[in-house]
Ligand binder design. Structure first.
Ligand SMILES: [Mn+2]
Length: 326
């Protein structure tokens, strides 16, 4: 089954087949969709006999370390790419999100494959389609267009991407075809129990200690329709948790009855904060994030805001308030 038969992949298929050395990459602070997509394509191109390497700006997150060949992803911001002729950017909504200097891309063919509606088509070749529930689902179609079978390694990688980017099959783009694809992934060797244990049931205790502190900041605004929560650097220090450990805390806010917009704020660097949004019941948080210079999807988006924590709350509240005007 092809998820989106009308999506044109041929120019990308042609380029991958003629490439001498392909480098795969994904966005900074990578997640299971980016890494899963990268690994799925890595295994497929390798099976085709194409020289392929993987290079990311940031380290592979803990929840992805069980994925086959995740230890082959190189990390750094000044890599040697002299032999690379084709770079594939996966799940990155903007070129800057890759975290590399512009010089890295000079003289290379850049392929941009992504499912963020706000993607400005920064590649030489682009497939950007926000109807896909995950970039991993785009790999599911691309592998078939490459004329390849879904290997166990690729299926395992795509499964992790789909599971996490749909918040465990909860989000709006999950339909019967997504479940048909998932059935094919399992038939090809993906193991739901293994994925659940690696992704959801292997939390460091420090993460739960941090969650305890974060929950004390939970506040409900807009007559019960918005939920707000934050983590500070001090909380991370106290609990011994790191930046990655607060991943997914935002889902706790979304679980509150009547809440339609969730805002989660966590430290990025210095006076800069990462603000994440989740929406439900028709509230478009992609627009909220865009107004603050970020981007994303209708029900999952984010941006970076500078200032003190109090200032960030005020800046974000101004924009979130607009959502409830209509
Ligand atoms: Mn994604």
């Amino acid at each position: 089954m092809i998820l989106f038969p009308k999506q044109q992949w041929q120019p990308i298929v042609d380029q991958l087949q003629r490439a001498k050395h392909v480098m795969l990459t994904t966005h900074c602070n990578s997640d299971a969709d980016g890494i899963g997509s990268e690994l799925a394509l890595f295994h497929t191109l390798q099976d085709m006999g194409i020289k392929v390497s993987m290079l990311n700006r940031d380290v592979v997150p803990r929840i992805c370390q069980y994925l086959p060949s995740s230890n082959r992803i190189q990390v750094g911001d000044k890599p040697d790419v002299s032999t690379v002729d084709t770079i594939v950017a996966l799940d990155a909504g903007a070129k800057s999100r890759l975290g590399f200097p512009d010089s890295l891309f000079e003289g290379k063919m850049l392929i941009n494959i992504d499912h963020h509606a706000s993607n400005p088509l920064y590649g030489d070749l682009n497939v950007v389609n926000a109807d896909y529930c995950a970039t991993g689902a785009m790999m599911f179609d691309l592998i078939q267009h490459l004329g390849q079978n879904l290997s166990e390694n690729s299926a395992t990688s795509i499964y992790a991407a789909i599971l996490t980017d749909t918040a465990s099959f909860q989000l709006d783009r999950v339909n019967a075809d997504v479940h048909r694809m998932t059935a094919e992934l399992i038939e090809a060797g993906a193991k739901p129990e293994e994925a659940a244990n690696a992704i959801y049931n292997s939390q460091p205790l420090a993460r739960l200690s941090l969650l305890t502190l974060a929950l004390q900041t939970l506040s409900i605004q807009h007559d019960g329709r918005s939920a707000w929560m934050h983590v500070t650097q001090e909380m991370q220090n106290t609990t011994g948790a790191n930046q990655e450990d607060s991943e997914g805390f935002i889902d706790v806010g979304r679980s509150v009855d009547g809440v339609e917009v969730v805002v989660f704020i966590r430290p990025e660097k210095g006076e800069r904060w990462k603000v994440s949004f989740r929406g439900k019941s028709g509230k478009d948080v992609g627009e909220v994030a865009a107004k603050l210079g970020g981007g994303g999807h209708k029900y999952a988006a984010g941006c970076a805001v500078s200032g003190s924590l109090e200032e960030v709350y005020i800046k974000v509240a101004e924009v979130v308030g607009d959502v409830f005007q209509t």
